[in-house]
Design a protein around this ligand. Structure first.
Ligand code: AHM
Ligand code: MG
Length: 335
């Protein structure tokens, strides 16, 4: 079988469809290379002294793991000098990171969750990196946080890497979804699936059931209906999976269908949810929609939300169409 590398895929996309500007192509290649370095660090585990806590806290008050900090540094260093970026923002940094003056400034803004699924790092369960790419609007040299506050539908690209039994890169440039597997011997990302589509119908949901008593009525009702199985209103038995790494849960859903929920809950009533709009929800929503699925906060499309803040949180319901529509309908009825 002819092997198509990520580089070749991007060159062909650019040549055939004229879709990928040179800076965007470079950006994707640089992010993919950084993810390869993160994958290597993840694989070393205790042998590379990368497990455990870094002894610091991030802007959301969460304890940072060593791999959170290492992955953030790898992404920043890789992306600073190429001339493709104006600035970066990360779940692990309080404010935006400008490209230093000594480098040329590019047209794009890069946002990332450098190491998603932090609670799974030390237990050898799949974790990942999530990224989102926006265009900088306006041509002045200065960049501010306000430049980042664009709705997710304006993303130029989005992707994630999952560091699991295989390391995989899943990417959208706004025209479908492609998946690449890291060939550890050659160090190259090889195209292993193009035109990923998730099934409309599913019988598998993904939610942290331990929070059941804190959910709002529409979410409770949706899960109750699933749990009632064949005898209930849905007329079929559902299975459940919850890895606790969004990348791994979303990757499973892209691979075989399903619905993922991280809804608002009463533990933090003032927060719209746990997951972050700009680093987690938007890129995953873009990928899922490009694969034929839906992504909402129960009421509105995630990609239409206009962010007010960089570290804004959001409720997330995404995956196979029919399930997301059912959750939305229950919200519209008020549960
Ligand atoms: P992180 O970016 O700090 O790892 O947090 C996000 C993660 C998601 O990957 C996952 O879906 C969720 O948090 C799991 O949360 P919980 O432990 O509450 O089930
Ligand atoms: Mg995360």
């Amino acid at each position: 079988m002819k092997r198509v590398s990520l580089t070749q895929y991007l060159v062909e996309q650019q040549r055939e469809h004229g879709r990928i500007p040179g800076q965007l192509r470079l950006l994707i290649e640089v992010v993919a290379r950084a993810c390869k370095h993160i994958a290597i660090a993840v694989n070393k585990g205790a042998l590379g002294d990368v497990l455990g806590s870094a002894g610091s806290q991030n802007v959301q008050g969460e304890i940072q793991k060593k791999l959170d900090v290492i992955s953030n540094e790898v992404l920043i260093e890789a992306n600073e000098w190429g001339g493709h970026l104006a600035a970066m923002a990360s779940e692990e940094m309080d404010s935006i990171h400008l490209v230093p003056n000594r480098y040329p400034q590019g047209e794009y803004l890069l946002l990332f969750d450098p190491l998603d699924g932090s609670s799974n790092i030390d237990v050898n369960v799949s974790i990942g990196t999530i990224f989102s790419v926006l265009r900088k609007i306006g041509h002045t040299r200065g960049v501010s946080e306000a430049d980042f506050l664009q709705p997710g539908r304006q993303q130029a690209a989005a992707g994630y890497c999952v560091y699991g039994p295989q390391s995989m890169l899943v990417l959208t440039l706004g025209d479908g979804v492609a998946a690449f597997t890291l060939d550890r011997e050659t160090g190259s990302w090889v195209l292993t699936q193009a035109g990923l589509q998730l099934p409309d119908e599913t019988a598998e949901f993904s939610i942290n059931m331990s929070n059941l008593r804190h959910w709002a009525p529409p979410v409770r009702r949706y899960i109750d209906e699933c749990l009632e199985g064949r005898a209930g209103p849905r007329g079929k038995d559902f299975n459940m999976r919850w890895v606790g790494s969004m990348v791994a849960d979303v990757h499973r859903i892209l691979s075989r269908g399903g619905v993922f929920l991280y809804p608002w809950d009463a533990r933090q009533p003032d927060q719209p949810g746990k997951l972050r709009l700009m680093y987690e929800a938007n890129p995953m929503a873009f990928i899922v929609e490009q694969a034929g699925g839906l992504a909402t906060n129960g009421r509105e499309r995630i990609l239409d939300i206009v962010p007010a803040r960089l570290h804004e949180r959001v409720s997330v319901v995404l995956g196979s169409r029919h399930e997301v529509l059912r959750v939305n309908a229950l919200h519209a009825e008020g549960g």
